[in-house]
Structures are given as structure tokens and as C-alpha cells.
Ligand binder design. Structure first.
Ligand code: ADP
Ligand code: ZN
Length: 718
């Protein structure tokens, strides 16, 4: 008899401990088993299996209860390594999330503990036997066309009846193998010779005794080329390399550059199908490839010997998962680097405050690339929108911007126009009673989408028919305020009827592969103006782009959030970095209502340090990160009273802790739910985590109903 310890998969079960089961056969640790839990059959993952010669009665006597027998063993081999299992325990502790949700965040769908029935896709194949068979002429012909391992679907195309006959004669037999996704092979071509500056960075990193390095390199300074050389260095040492990027579809050039140089690369991201993800996961596990370029979740791939983890644009918000477990990829990368004795390279033109301050303190090695490869920075101008409005200029495309776009087009160059709001008009308002049309499920104004002629909630996606009368007072007409990319596109096209304009935002790219097509057309100069949301601010490197225009550049500063200046600064710096990347000198025009705000001034002077100093001063005074840690607890329910009383209950558990504790605060209603937020702020993160776990366990123990979401060091607080 074997005694098993197994973690039960049950999303509603917030229990971070294994349960004991019995098995007649030995089960390998980290395989999944089918078990009964509360009378329902469910999956569990085995973490211990010990032989015992006790009888059931003796076991019962010793434990005080009789463990259940497992129903079945799901896997033949472990679904996860010891390292990754320990990582999921660590993740559960540091993000205050259920262990099972951490484990599932790490595995591709086909291996998730809850999904055993939907395993990897299997293909039926035929095994062909040699021998003396008494065939008819027809059968002989078909038999000869078959080869060992032929896919059954292909064989049956020749003749179903004869294939069936051959099967019954045992001339062939059928078996199933896992479908495999063939990835293309690419030629190895020359690496660019590193410049003196790049070489220095490269050498400093590989000879450093610090585990983590931060490369602060301005846009166009050749960071990507350094990554590729470092990748080669670690591959030659027989190590694995992981390059993390914010979003694969927005970085086609980076992919191209990696493919040019390395024969076999795994690209791991959310646009892959479940089957493709599983295939790539397996290839990493089987050590078939040693270099991966991927988005956030690639940090959990089963590498066996990591040499370096490179995080490109390390400040990017996509590196934080905003659903449970709310982990930050940087923390996971550092944890894995410790386990693998590997290096972590964080890189950005606008490093996160946390990373840069650690680098200044000497916790991380600080590496710098201060100059662009082409030694030329774009010329930046700020356009004061208040002045433009006083002069009766449009505040969507102002006169100065219009002139620059005209010049750019007549020089046969390209322009990028950034507006970080999609749709047509973000506000529809009654001219009589001033009521704003709102989503019924969220406290969010409805956006007017002109091409579909609907009103859309950008919070939850719910759509509404356009109405012409105010639902409150019955007055008409309704007024449309503000503008999004669709409206800007319309205006641009009116100003430049001959220009080829393309729009890139969530509405124009919801189809798979749409990003790539839009960027390809722009790259081949089939488009003159690319207009879009933050999607177009990242990573693009097109030599013909000599103008970047930023509309409503400071809209993000209106958000009452501690991080909004940094987010705005990053966006504007990234976007302006798209201009003048080749021999042609570039220009950037920034339209803003607050031209004197330090974030805008810092962009004007391309001065990260100026921004950093002012922002850190503010964070210090207000005790916001990186001067403190925040644990955010949000309680949600579709019943407002229940959400509030649960939040109050939770608050009672934490109110006397020696940290700064914020009372329940009502957030905007969203997706038909009410949300209350509690905050725990302090410097001692370890103790904050410990106390939050305690409070959470008490909360769960009392079987309260409201859903809890915990986010450690959230990137924004709304
Ligand atoms: P970043 O990642 O810092 O924005 P990139 O690596 O994209 O910078 O480099 C900017 C441009 O300079 C690219 O077009 C790239 O091909 C080119 N480049 C980078 N390093 C070199 C080099 N050592 N020699 C020649 N061109 C280079
Ligand atoms: Zn909504």
C-alpha cells in the first residue's frame, strides 16, 4: 500500500495544503491522479508517495481517519520538475494566491491539473509490417504505397476499404502518437560587429559578479544587438537563453533579427494555439531548443540550465499579470536565476523606478548606452493645446502638426501618430441635463464607435444601440465629446486626402495576424501614416519614419493614480524614440494641455534622470513604491451589501497590524460587480505577506462569499 500526498485541484478551494490518499501502485511524484474530493471526482498532483506495510486499519488508527483510494493515475511521467514545483509554492507565498492557480499559471493548457481529459492532440498512424502476405493485385498496390509511420488519414485517402482489409490481415497496424508542430528552420547569418559602447556593456555583463544587471540604454542605442550577442555567448557555453518581450505581435523586427541569427528558436506567446504551446513547452523540456523569445508566461518554461534571462523594456506593464496570481515577471526571473545560477539582464530606455534605484544603490549592476547608433536624436517640440484652442486651431491635429505632416509626406517620408484612446468619441452627453451615457454594468462612460454605429463600454466590452434622446430627461440631441483614434483618422484623411493612412488599435487588430499585416505594409512603405494607440509606441524601427506626432499626450496624467506620471513619461519616450532612427534626422511633436508638467518637460529634454529625481522625491514624500510595498486586497460581489460587509470583515482582521492600513474604499462598479479595496502599505514585505496570508485564511475559514483578489505591489491603484 502506498500513501500519497496530493494537492487537489479545485478553484474554489483556497487551501494551500496537500491531502492524503491511498494507492495500490507506486505513483511517481509530480504526476497527476484522479481522486474523489467532497464526493466529486477531480484531479490532484502528487507531491509525496511512500510505501507502507500497515493495514488499512492501522493507517486509520494512526491518522484518525481513513484516506480514500485514488481512482486513477493520469500521467506516466511527471508534469512538472521539482524546481518548477517549488517555484509554484514560492509564487503562492509571494503573491498570496492559491497554490493551484500558481501551478496552473505555469503549465500549458494540455497539462493543467484541471484539464486532464483534454490532453495533447493525438494523430493516428500506421505501422507497416514486412512479410509474405497473400495479397490481391489491388491490395499489393496499396500496400506498396504505404510506408511505416504514415498518418492514417493520408493512408485512408488511397482507399478506405483496402486499408481496412490490410488492417484485418495484420499487414499494417494502427497506433497513436502526439501530433507535432513543425517549426521552420532559419539560416544563421552574420552578427553585426558591436560598437565600442556595446562591446563594453557586453563585457561588463559577462564578467560581473552581480546576478542582476540593468541596461539603461536610450532608444536606438543598439540594446537588441547586445542581447543577441549575449544569447550567443550563453548558448556556446551550453546554457539556455530566455528573451522576454512585452508583446510578440508588436515586435516583428526583433523576431526577425533573432531568426536571422539562430537556427532553432521557440517563440512562446498567447497567439499560439493550445496545441502549439504544448509542443513548444515539450521542446524546451526535451532540450530540443535552447533559446526562447516569449512573453510573460515563458518565464515558467521547463528550462534545464538557464544561462541568462533578458527582459526587454523591463518597465513595461505587461510584465505584471493582473489576474490571480498577480506576479511580476522580474521577481520570478530573479528567483529562477538563483535556482539556475543564471544572470538576469533588465533593459529599458525608461527603467522602472525600482530597478533604477536598485542599480544606483549597487544591488544591480548598472550598464549604460547613452548614445544612439546613428548619433542623432530627434528634435522635439511641445505644442501647447490651450494656445492652439485660443487661436481657433483644431486640437485634434493642430496647425503646426498639420504643417509637419505635410512636409513629411512631400518628402516621401513616413509619420507615426500616437493617440492612446481608441474609438470615435469617449463621451456622449445630454446638452440639457448634462447626464453622460454610462454602461449599466460598470461606472464607465460609453464610447461611440462610428463605423459600427454603436456605443461600447471599454471596461467590459458590452455594446449598446445608439440613441438620440437623453434617457434621463428626454431632451435631444445628445452631444459627442472628446476623440479617439477613429475620429483622428477621419480628420487626418480630410486634411490629407491622398495620404495612405492606417489605424492600429484594438478595434483594427482583433483578428489573429492583423498586427503583422499592418506593420508589414508600413515597413514596405505602402502606408504613409500609421496612427494608433500605445501599440505603435514599442520596438518599431523603420528608417523612413521622420515624424512622430503625439495627440493628447498628457491625457494619462489626469488619472488620479500614483504611477500615472511614470506611465505617461514611458509612453512618450518610447513613442518619440520611433522617429529619426536612420540617417534622416527626426522630429517629434507633442500636443499637450500641461506643457509645464515635469513628465512632459523630461520628454522634451529626453532626460530620464530629471524625471527620475522629481518622481522619486514625490514617491518618497507620499511613501509610494519603491519607498514602500503595497498589498491590495479587493473584495467583489454582485451584491453591494455583501461586498461591503466582507470588506469590513477583512478590514477587522488587518486594522491593528503595524502597517499603514486603508479602510474599505469603493471602486468603480465593473462587469456588474461591486468592488471594495483595502490597502496595506509598509516597508517590511515579508511580514506584510505573512499577515495577509493569516487574514486571508481566517476570511476563507469563515466561508464568506465575496471573491478576493490580492495584488502584491500593484502597478496602479485606479
Ligand atoms: P534599441 O534596441 O536600443 O532600440 P536596436 O538594437 O534596435 O536599438 O538598434 C537600433 C538600430 O541600430 C537598428 O536598426 C540596428 O540594426 C542598428 N544597430 C544596432 N547595433 C548595431 C551595430 N553594432 N552595427 C550596426 N548597426 C547596428
Ligand atoms: Zn461595462
Amino acid at each position: 500500500m502506498y500513501l500519497l500526498e496530493a494537492y487537489v485541484t479545485n478553484a474554489s478551494l483556497n487551501v494551500n495544503r496537500p491531502f492524503t490518499y491511498l494507492s495500490n501502485e507506486e505513483v511517481e511524484v509530480f504526476c497527476r491522479v484522479k481522486v474523489l474530493f467532497h464526493n466529486a471526482s477531480t484531479q490532484a498532483i502528487v507531491t509525496e508517495c511512500t510505501y507502507t506495510d500497515e493495514t488499512i486499519d492501522q493507517i486509520k488508527e494512526r491518522l484518525g481517519y481513513e484516506p480514500l483510494m485514488i481512482l486513477d493515475v493520469t500521467d506516466e511521467s511527471p508534469v512538472i520538475s521539482k524546481e518548477l514545483f517549488d517555484l509554484s509554492i514560492w509564487l503562492s507565498k509571494t503573491t498570496v494566491s492559491p497554490f493551484i492557480s500558481c501551478l496552473n499559471a505555469m503549465l500549458p493548457k494540455a497539462l493543467k491539473t484541471s484539464r486532464s481529459q483534454k490532453g495533447p492532440k493525438m494523430i493516428e498512424c500506421f505501422h507497416k509490417y514486412e512479410g509474405d502476405f497473400s495479397f490481391t493485385k489491388k491490395q499489393q498496390e496499396v500496400y506498396e504505397q504505404l510506408f511505416d509511420g504514415i498518418e492514417a488519414s493520408k493512408a485512408r485517402k488511397i482507399s478506405v476499404s483496402i486499408i481496412n482489409k490490410l488492417l484485418s490481415m495484420n499487414a499494417i497496424s494502427s497506433y497513436f502518437k502526439e501530433a507535432s508542430y513543425q517549426s521552420a528552420d532559419y539560416d544563421l547569418s552574420a552578427f553585426q560587429t558591436l560598437t565600442e559602447d556595446q562591446k563594453k556593456v557586453y563585457e561588463q555583463l559577462i564578467s560581473s559578479d552581480k546576478m542582476v544587471s540593468l541596461l539603461y540604454g536610450v532608444t536606438g542605442s543598439g540594446k537588441t544587438e547586445v542581447y543577441l550577442h549575449l544569447a550567443r555567448y550563453y548558448l556556446e557555453k551550453g546554457k539556455d537563453v530566455l528573451i522576454l518581450v512585452p508583446e510578440i505581435s508588436l515586435t516583428p523586427q526583433m523576431i526577425h533579427r533573432v531568426r536571422q541569427r539562430f537556427n532553432d528558436v521557440v517563440f512562446y506567446h498567447s497567439e499560439l494555439s493550445d496545441q502549439e504551446r504544448y509542443e513548444q513547452y515539450k521542446r524546451v523540456k526535451n532540450k530540443e531548443v535552447r533559446i526562447v523569445v516569449g512573453t510573460r508566461s515563458s518565464i515558467f518554461l521547463p528550462f534545464s540550465d538557464l544561462g541568462i534571462i533578458i527582459i526587454d523594456e523591463e518597465h513595461d506593464q505587461s510584465y505584471k499579470q493582473d489576474s490571480v496570481p498577480c506576479y511580476h515577471v522580474k521577481n520570478v526571473a530573479i528567483k529562477r536565476a538563483i535556482d539556475h545560477k543564471a544572470k538576469v539582464l533588465l533593459a529599458s530606455a525608461t527603467p522602472s523606478l525600482d530597478s533604477y534605484s536598485r542599480a544606483l544603490k549597487g544591488d544591480y549592476q548598472l550598464l549604460e548606452l547613452k548614445d544612439r547608433i546613428n548619433h542623432s536624436f530627434p528634435k522635439i517640440e511641445i505644442i501647447d493645446l490651450n494656445k492652439q484652442i485660443r487661436n481657433h486651431s483644431s486640437y485634434i491635429i493642430t496647425k503646426p502638426l498639420e504643417e509637419e505632416i505635410g512636409k513629411c509626406l512631400s518628402n516621401h517620408k513616413q509619420a507615426i501618430i500616437l493617440l492612446n484612446r481608441r474609438g470615435y468619441s469617449p463621451i456622449v452627453k445630454c446638452s440639457e441635463c448634462s447626464s453622460v451615457l454610462m454602461c449599466q454594468d460598470c461606472d464607465t462612460p460609453l464610447n461611440y464607435h462610428k463605423d459600427e454605429n454603436i456605443l461600447k463600454c471599454h471596461q467590459c466590452g458590452r455594446t449598446y444601440k445608439v440613441i438620440d434622446r437623453c434617457p434621463v430627461c428626454g431632451h435631444k440631441p445628445l452631444l459627442y465629446y472628446g476623440f479617439g483614434t477613429k475620429k483622428a483618422e477621419e480628420d487626418l484623411q480630410k486634411l490629407f486626402p491622398d495620404a495612405r493612412i492606417e489605424r492600429m488599435d484594438r478595434d483594427s487588430t482583433y483578428k489573429k495576424g492583423a498586427h503583422e499585416l499592418i506593420l508589414k505594409r508600413f515597413e514596405q512603405h505602402e502606408t504613409d501614416i500609421l496612427l494608433g494607440t500605445q501599440m505603435i509606441s514599442k520596438g518599431l524601427d523603420y528608417p523612413d519614419v521622420t515624424l512622430v506626432g503625439i495627440l493628447n499626450a498628457d491625457a494619462g496624467l489626469m488619472h488620479q493614480d500614483y504611477n500615472s506620471a511614470k506611465v505617461t513619461f514611458d509612453l512618450l519616450m518610447q513613442a518619440s524614440g520611433r522617429s529619426g532612427r536612420s540617417a534622416d534626422s527626426g522630429k517629434v511633436l507633442i500636443q499637450a494641455f500641461n506643457p509645464d508638467h515635469y513628465a512632459i518637460k523630461a520628454v522634451l529634454n529626453q532626460d530620464y534622470t530629471y524625471f527620475y529625481n522629481i518622481e522619486m522625491n514625490y514617491r518618497n514624500k507620499t511613501s509610494y513604491p519603491p519607498y514602500s510595498h503595497i498589498i491590495e486586497v479587493v473584495l467583489s460581489d454582485d451584491n453591494n451589501q455583501r461586498a461591503l460587509s466582507c470588506a469590513d470583515f477583512f478590514y477587522q482582521q488587518i486594522r491593528d497590524l503595524p502597517f499603514k492600513i486603508y479602510k474599505p474604499f469603493e471602486l468603480r462598479k465593473s462587469k456588474a460587480s461591486y468592488h471594495y479595496r483595502l490597502l496595506i502599505m509598509g516597508k517590511d514585505l515579508l511580514n506584510m505577506l505573512k499577515e495577509t496570508h493569516k487574514a486571508l485564511n481566517t476570511y476563507i475559514g469563515t466561508r464568506k462569499h465575496a471573491r478576493v483578489k490580492i495584488d502584491v505591489d500593484p502597478l496602479y491603484l485606479e
